[in-house]
Write a protein that binds this ligand. Structure first.
Ligand SMILES: [Zn+2]
Length: 298
């Protein structure tokens, strides 16, 4: 697949859905492009994720300063003192208008914070319930079940892959890696294709290896493989917010260089008949806390 970038957009928060998704839809419309949006539709408890990293003594400093600049001021309280607001309920119209504009609709999470922190250690029944709740809500919003999903934080394991196989996904994007494959679990080749993300995310590389906002696009561009399928994940909270202009410049540049940008469903359709079997494992990953599912070299 020559000079191709499949574009995946993760939507993790209330604010990312309400503001980031319309902003990204506007940018993609300028270039007449379609991407794959993966939505979180249950409560926004991402504030807990942030607070987990902080000590209570930092409370007043956080409120006085603009420490939550990237995520917006409200995230510091999301889900900390009361249940976070229901994203799907409040922003059903935003989700539906992205669908009406031709973007692919995917399932990311019910409660992103909970899924990222606990999904891989839950019982099979709890996993089934958690995904079921989110899928029910997103299906109600869209009037049809999404055919693809992406595990929050790239955390998945054999049990979770088997539970996902019970849902009507034709392919998933749950891991980091180099090319599409059919996962083998306990000797059994699953029928749901995996489209691994091949490129790093903004928050993984910024501030490492001398990457700054000024040279971020150069860095991303240098990682593209013109001979293979590239899969890029952006976040509604970052590229649909503070990094929106930077992302628009990236699109302009890769298009000028001859890249085509497609939603993941098009990449999946192109490789479905030829993708090999493969395996993924949870392991440490540069720029991220904890372990991620990573495609293994044969
Ligand atoms: Zn996410």
């Amino acid at each position: 697949m020559k000079k191709t970038i499949a574009l995946r957009i993760d939507v993790d928060t209330f604010r990312g859905t309400g503001r980031g998704v319309p902003k990204l839809a506007e940018i993609l419309a300028e270039f007449n492009l379609r991407g794959s949006f993966y939505f979180s539709v249950g409560p926004d408890n991402m504030g807990r994720h942030l607070w987990r990293l902080l000590k209570p003594t930092f409370l007043w400093k956080m409120l006085r300063t603009n420490a939550a600049g990237l995520y917006g001021p409200e995230i510091v309280l999301m889900g900390t003192a009361w249940p976070g607001p229901g994203i799907g309920k409040h922003h059903a119209d935003v989700i539906r208008s992205a669908a009406a504009e031709g973007h692919e609709m995917g399932f990311h999470a019910y409660d992103h914070h909970k899924a990222q922190a606990k999904l891989t250690v839950m019982s099979a029944d709890a996993m089934r319930q958690e995904i079921g709740k989110g899928m029910k809500l997103l299906t109600e919003i869209l009037g049809a079940a999404p055919k693809t999903s992406a595990a929050p934080g790239w955390r998945t394991n054999d049990q979770l892959l088997k539970i996902k196989a019970e849902f009507p996904f034709s392919y998933n994007s749950d891991c980091r890696g180099f090319s599409p494959f059919y996962p083998v679990v306990a000797g059994e080749k699953l029928t749901q294709l995996q489209i691994p993300v091949t490129l790093p995310t903004y928050d993984e590389v910024l501030g490492r290896d001398n990457v700054t906002d000024d040279n971020y696009n150069d860095y991303q561009f240098s990682l593209l493989n013109p001979a293979e399928l590239n899969v890029l994940t952006i976040h509604a909270e970052a590229e649909g917010g503070r990094c929106a202009d930077q992302f628009a410049r990236y699109l302009k540049r890769v298009i000028a260089d001859g890249y085509r940008i497609i939603p993941l469903r098009e990449a999946a359709a192109e490789v479905a008949d030829t993708a090999p079997a493969g395996e993924m494992k949870l392991q440490a990953f540069p720029g991220r806390e904890g372990e991620l599912a990573v495609q293994q070299r044969a």
